[in-house]
Design a binder for this molecule. Sequence first.
Ligand SMILES: Cc1ncc(COP(=O)(O)O)c(C=O)c1O
Length: 452
Amino acid sequence: MDQAELQRSGTKAELPSMDQLWMPFTANRQFKAAPRLLVSAQGMYYRTHDGRQILDGTAGLWCVNAGHGRPEISAAIARQAQEMDYAPPFQMGHPLQFEAANLLADIAPADLKKVFFTNSGSESVDSALKIALAYHRARGDGTRTLFIGRERGYHGVGFGGISVGGMVANRKVFRGSLLPNVDHLPHTYSAEHQAFSRGEPDWGAHLADDLERIVALHDASNIAAVIVEPVAGSTGVLAPPKGYLERLRNICNRHGILLIFDEVITGFGRLGTPFAAQYFNVTPDIITTAKAVNNAAVPLGAVFVRNGIYETVVNGSPDGAVEFFHGYTYSGHPLAMAAAVATQQIYQRDKLLTRVLDDGIGQYWQEALHALSDARHVKDLRNIGLIGGIELESRPGAVGKRAFEAFVACYERGVLVRYTGDTIALSPPLIIERGQIDQIMTTLRDVLRTIA
Ligand SMILES: Cc1ncc(COP(=O)(O)O)c(C=O)c1O
């Protein structure tokens, strides 16, 4: 029996040597001492190297929204690999990249109908920041170079993303080399005023008004853009307070500042609308996406841009000149495009982008999550769309230890969750059924009872 057969049969597979690989965002020594390897995936489930089935409570990493192993996606990738493996994206094109952009523009809010392809969320963020600078410069407003991010924001790991981001651990080692022109809004979370909120908290819209203070400090004529996640995911699932995003939008309008929504996790149906912009009924100027854009089958990111921004940049250059000096060797890679077209067709056919609201699964999710309010160690519960956050009381002097143990115990009991600090973060594929939601919550309740 070869390795693949062993894995399919569920028998324990032999592990490769782990010395050479430097794993990302992983406690390498801890992992290698007790590895957790996934070897195959179908629908809502992974299978591990030791032959166990694991219910996917995280859609991989907020990205496999249509569920695993979709045959239409793998067939499209295989077909494209046979037909044409690669085409250069600079001064050349191939039909699928236009087809994919058209499908994406169809679901984009308002006039955000221009699509720029990248390979990841981090690259989408860096691209969006550059587009904002290029736009202001093309309008003759080249002093607008300052970016405003937010505390507890996560925008990937490029220097642009960590500069506007607000996660201390991602910034402190690189502090001396961050972008110089950045300020931050306060984060929107308050345990005192928001604990156990269902959906958007009632308290906190006024926190957007801090943008007026920052504008007064730097002067609007120097500010290019504000970037926020509509729902902060990686810092513990923080839904925006009711009215907060509208206020940000209004202040940006007043001062000619672009508003960027980082929808790398909220894009593609996570809240029950194609984008969070539609859920909150607030239209930004630029949206960054990645992950679920093609069900994460091939690395891909996409930046959605208002028509007027594209036209200003493109028409601002002489005819025949490259208008925007930016792009990646793999922008619009044929395999990623094939996966994107197949994925978007599945989303449309199966009505997945609106399922969270239409089918009542979001409501069921909310009730099931909040039923954990009396579970051991629970300090707060937060949810929106098909996202859940379970904040645990931290052990004194050991932040994150309890959530890590809960994560491992869930994995051992057949459920994949994520954790950040002492918050368990949940974001299952959008195809999840009610019984599987019950399984996730029951497992968590049991696990919290057993860990110290
Ligand atoms: C809001 C947000 N922006 C950017 C990123 C970075 O994406 P990537 O890891 O694909 O670079 C992430 C990743 O989780 C994210 O959640």
